[in-house]
Design a protein around this ligand. Sequence first.
Ligand code: ADP
Ligand code: MG
Length: 267
Amino acid sequence: MSHTPELVIKDLHVGIEGKEILKGLDLEVRKGEIHALMGPNGSGKSTFANTLMGHPKYEVTSGDILFKGESILEMEPDERSRAGLFMAFQYPVAIPGLTVANFLRTALNARLAPAGTNGDGAMPHKKGISPKEFRALLKERMALLKMDESWAGRYLNDGFSGGEKKRAEILQMAVLKPEIAIMDETDSGLDIDALRIVADGVNALAGPAMGVLVITHYNRILNYIKPDKVHVMVDGRIQVSGGADLALKLESQGYDWVREKQEVEKS
Ligand code: ADP
Ligand code: MG
């Protein structure tokens, strides 16, 4: 595949409260590719994910983020989402009385909201999707993910287990059909069921129309998702990139050799 990557990160520097966390990050992700971003705790992975979605606390001090050829630095989080970038649950709250289905319909209508087109470049949805159309879409997407339809009637995040939260995230991704999806596995305590839900979902949804960036500290999830590329972040930069075998090397050798390599290059 040689088309211009949908997501291009150029020499990105990001600070939080005046402290520089990302120190020159370069990365390109295309539709149709699965990338894994790995790294030890505190290396800046979540900072990067939050910066991609436009969290106001993270200040881009230099560099750029291009999505489909345009800088998104000035775009609000909802505009980024409408453009086709996805990060699971920007608002991970339990809302009494809000079902998963209603949440998803609201999220989809927000995604389709502008007078322009939806993410597929198809017909404009000026008034959003009708309840009937939405039910059909939800049914189709839940079937694709082999989810039980009744599940969408549950109240969002109300007593959800880790696995159910992940299931809701994956379903959100399936309904919104982003071009690039970013999954930050912040919770390293995900049990095996939750891991499988995420992995099966990514595998079912990944394809020519979607690229995925899986951010993870542990490589356990990479036993179920085969990434095209693996990147290792240490101290706010990607120090090493490689194929799926790089994750295996990290499993057997840990992150120390990446850190040592970085020290050598610095000196
Ligand atoms: P990772 O996801 O790789 O574990 P993070 O991006 O969460 O790393 O953290 C990178 C560094 O940024 C850490 O030193 C952390 O303490 C700091 N940091 C992250 N988020 C915040 C925040 N909201 N306020 C202040 N410091 C933060
Ligand atoms: Mg993190």
